[in-house]
Ligand binder design. Sequence first.
Ligand code: F6P
Length: 370
Amino acid sequence: MKKILVLTGGGDCPGLNAVIRGIAKRARKENLSPSRKDDWEVFGSIEAFNGVFSEPQEIIKLTNKLTAGIHVKGGTILKTTNKSNPIKYPVIQPDGSTKFIDRSDELVKKLKELNFDAVINIGGDGSQKISKILFGKGVPIIGVPKTIDNDLSATDMTFGFQTAVQIATDSFDKLVTTAESHHRVMIMEVMGRDAGWIALHTAIAGGAEICLIPEIPYDINKLVRWVEARYKNGRGFANIVIAEGAKPKAGSITSSAGEKGSEHVRLGGVAYQLSKQLKDAGCQAEIRETVIGHVQRGGIPTAFDRVLASLFGVKAFELALENKFGCMVSLKNNTITSVSLEEATKNSNSVKKDGPLVLAAKGLGISFGD
Ligand code: F6P
């Protein structure tokens, strides 16, 4: 009998359950094959590596009953956290401060004691950096990339991204009609951290007038002139999509310290910041702000994301079957393949200022405020 452990880490993302189901179903198929060498049992660790650390451990068997039909559901049946990094494990101190300690050797020991033949770590950039370190310490690990931000360079797309863009576009479409009716400027803030992909795709899909992204700092005076040009006798409207990491040429972005135990700062609130900047710079139009937030990560994945996630799950299991560890599954040129974890974690995928998508958006008349 061979044992495989699956976990989901970092922020959740539509499609995680489809990956889990893909792994479990492919493993079950292997067990029915006459040419098989071993039977496989698939387990899941609850809340990323915390399931292994906790006492008693929270590791569940991913039976057919547990995984049947879950590809349609958002979230993750294994739960997730961004507070279980074994290399920088957060320990809250008596004075309320957080100390980060390295528990990776302890984790490696526990995984060995549990006799796992393979570990599949489904997560974003941070999770794959953890995979790389654990692989270096001898853990037979395979990564599966996930994030709505689409900011991983070693795969052409991550699942969850399409769903986030669809949700953002649906929201944007609703704001357009009310902007027109009231002669207002509508600012809609979307997620994406340091990457502007969600904003850019939403702006093109929705037909925004302005798209502001982290990769292209904006000039507030240019934006005011652009907005004002769309008004005549107080009548007109404009729809702006702004990525949460967007910044003005002069000044900084809004972020707040992360929660206790989290390594990351929290973004969010740039819609309000932009609204104030526009008014301060003389914009006369009425402005309203909408932050769609975590709605972008919730609910059922689109068909595209279900397919991509399912294919990633099947591929991840097959890599384990072939003893190909230290790599991450990836989509390249319409093919599901794999890349080394070294390659997977080298660069991030950001929007290119002069790339085809930005140029096409400019061709459609969308202003980036640059
Ligand atoms: O990385 C995915 C993401 O949704 C980002 O777009 C966003 O900045 C962040 O996670 C929000 O994290 P949290 O769920 O911890 O608030």
